[in-house]
Write a protein that binds this ligand. Structure first.
Ligand SMILES: *Cc1c(COP(=O)(O)O)cnc(C)c1O
Length: 332
């Protein structure tokens, strides 16, 4: 499916375009019971690690490709738009009419076309499928694609290259492209490394699918970790099988735990990151993961709603869908 060789090849492809981001020590390590290293994918040019997979997939398109499409409301759409502009290709990002205007503007600012169709991700997917069929565009899937998985796997190469002593990796988990790629690389280089996937406890499609033994559909609900929302696809071919085989544990965290971890990262490390980035820290703070001597986690992206973030770090209540996370000031 995807092997270490493909991940090394992806590292060559993306070199000089996606950054080899810093791996820095977290101030939280001391209180969490072991060293904790943060891989700063928040520093990628478009603000998230998804650039790696998009660039690698784009590099494998035929020379006569006329353009690319995808359906994504978040960082994948932004990454595809960014990578297409770098290669001078047309990009059409398909989104539902419910997507916030700021996201549409961000993607248009990168020169991509945005097609707003219907009121669900399914409708947006149908539009992408139509563009493939009728206009000959190539689809770049957000996670279930060998080139995308190999691209995301380069993160683990860089982490273990810089810190070979890392014994535990805490990996934010949604569709599993990130976790699958990192797991293939990390287990090939260091077979006894412990790999933990972490999702929010409401709408964790990969966790439910692994528990069931096959892809299952799950209701999508709003979360502070919005980048971790969405299904894994009922016809999942790659990321599910790899995650099921290679992840040692899958852990779920609550909205209140994510809220506190966003505060901890901000006040201790002075970093601004999406809720999706702090699920590993949240799991450690909630004693849901046994700490290891040398842990690493990925700060996956920084494309967050700053109004919501401000409410979190000032200890105000935050409404996410039908739950209210009770405000709480951070005890510095
Ligand atoms: C996409 C994304 C993830 C999850 O990656 P998957 O490959 O879907 O598991 C985590 N964090 C951020 C910021 C993302 O954009």
């Amino acid at each position: 499916m995807v092997a270490l060789a493909e991940i090394f090849a992806a590292a060559q492809v993306i070199r000089g375009v996606a950054d080899n981001t810093p791996l820095v020590p977290s101030m939280l390590g001391e209180t969490l019971g072991g060293d904790l290293w943060l891989k700063l994918e928040i520093c990628q040019p478009m603000g998230a690690f998804k650039l790696r997979g998009a660039l690698n997939a784009m590099a494998h398109l035929p020379d006569d490709a006329v353009g690319v499409t995808c359906c994504s409301t978040g960082n994948h759409g932004r990454a595809v738009a960014w990578a297409a502009r770098a290669r001078g290709l047309r990009a059409v990002i398909c989104m539902s009419e419910l997507v916030p205007q700021a996201k549409v503007d961000g993607i248009r600012a990168l020169g991509a076309e945005v097609h707003l169709v219907g009121r669900s991700q399914d409708a947006a997917q149908s539009e992408a499928t139509r563009l493939v069929r009728e206009e000959g565009l190539a689809e770049i899937p957000p996670f279930d694609d060998p080139h995308v998985i190999a691209g995301q796997g380069t993160i683990a190469l860089e982490m273990l290259g810089a810190r070979p002593e890392l014994d535990t990796l805490l990996i934010p988990l949604s569709g599993g492209g990130l976790a699958a790629g990192m797991a293939v690389a990390a287990k090939a280089i260091k077979p006894d490394i412990r790999l933990i996937g972490i999702s929010m406890d409401r709408g964790a499609a990969m966790a439910a699918s692994i528990a069931a033994g096959h892809p299952v559909e799950i209701e999508e609900v709003p979360s502070l970790a919005d980048s971790l929302g969405g299904g894994i696809g009922m016809t999942n071919r790659y990321s599910f099988a790899i995650c099921r085989e290679l992840l040692d544990e899958v852990v779920l965290v609550t909205e209140a735990e994510i809220y506190r971890a966003m505060q901890a990262l901000y006040y201790q490390d002075r970093m601004i990151a999406e809720g999706a980035c702090v699920v590993g820290i949240a799991a450690l703070m909630a004693d849901k993961v046994e700490p290891g001597p040398a842990m690493g986690t990925v700060l996956t992206g920084r494309n967050l709603d700053m109004d919501q973030f401000t409410r979190v770090v000032t200890g105000q209540d935050v409404v996410v869908g039908d739950v209210t996370v009770r405000g709480e000031r951070y005890a510095q």
